[in-house]
Design a protein around this ligand. Structure first.
Ligand code: ZN
Length: 299
């Protein structure tokens, strides 16, 4: 029944790495997590985990990596799999292929957001969608758009967090925290922007604060509808856990679209169209396993 060889999966986050070895059917044989230190510390620990898991369970036939960035995810680029301009000390120029080359297995590298999007498409709230847009509103803001299980990109991965968002200074005088744009979407609505503006997290604040953030997120939601016409929008990340936020995003998105897009997928009230994740913390590693499967199929 099963193909030969196992999948090595890496979910590389800014604070921790989650590593897993699974069958090609997705059954996890070994799993661990480790802090994201410098590559000098994290790379050997990662390699040692896969070497040990492989010795115990069998050869690894392919790797899937869903990583923090910025990172080059273009398979045609000479720098594919390399961290580019990340401010995290030691990581600029580090490359996954260099660490995992000893296993002789193909590697597919994508962003953490795209990995979570693929995971949700496979096994979470995005099942049954041909086109899915998954957005995380947390420490940062980013969107992965998946079409038939493949993440979309252009010359680089998408950067939805930095779209310009209309802001009414009489309602929200905060000028944002993005070092490049000030009050772009991320500059206004990521977790650190909310903390800076109101001194606490959104789940501790009232509905008038929730409504302000919901308006910014709805600007992205309606833009994603117009640009990509997805079957569904998923919004996850720490900020989205604030009570009432997803409901407010649905309402504000419907108001912005104002009936312009008519399709059975967009239900009245958008309760089935705009949803929260189904996999929670497992979306990233689930997506990384699927990326490994795609690397194997592409060989
Ligand atoms: Zn920005």
């Amino acid at each position: 029944m099963s193909g030969q060889g196992l999948i090595g999966a890496v979910e590389a986050g800014g604070t921790k790495f989650v590593l897993a070895v699974s069958t090609q059917q997705g059954e996890i044989m070994a799993r661990t997590r480790m802090p994201t230190n410098t590559p000098a510390e994290t790379w050997p620990a990662m390699r040692a985990f896969f070497a040990e898991a492989s010795a115990q369970h069998g050869p690894i036939a392919a790797f899937g990596v869903a990583s923090f960035g910025p990172i080059d995810i273009d398979p045609a680029s000479p720098a594919y799999g390399t961290f580019t301009t990340t401010p995290k000390p030691g990581w600029s120029g580090a490359r996954f292929q260099d660490v995992l080359a000893g296993f002789g297995a193909p590697i597919k590298v994508d962003t953490d957001v795209n990995g979570a999007a693929i995971g949700e498409w496979m096994a979470g709230a995005g099942q049954g969608c041909r086109t899915l847009a998954y957005t995380t509103i947390g420490t940062g803001v980013g969107t992965g758009v998946v079409r038939d299980g493949q993440s979309l990109m252009g010359i680089s991965h998408f950067e939805s967090g930095h779209i310009a968002t209309p802001r009414d200074p009489s309602v929200d005088p905060f000028t944002g925290i993005c070092p490049y744009h000030g009050d772009c979407l991320e500059g206004l609505s990521c977790g650190p922007a909310i903390e800076r503006r109101w001194g606490t997290s959104l789940d501790q604040l009232g509905s008038e604060h929730v409504a302000i953030i919901a308006g910014y997120i709805a600007h992205l939601a309606s833009t994603l509808v117009l640009l990509h016409m997805p079957d569904r929008l998923i919004f996850g990340g720490g900020v989205m856990k604030a009570p009432g936020l997803v409901e407010a995003v649905r309402e504000a998105t419907a108001a912005k679209l104002n009936g312009y897009v008519q399709h059975p997928r967009l239900d009245a009230g958008l309760e089935r169209y705009i949803v929260t994740p189904g996999l929670g913390d497992d979306a990233g590693i689930t997506g990384a396993i699927e990326l490994g499967r795609q690397a194997l199929l592409a060989r």
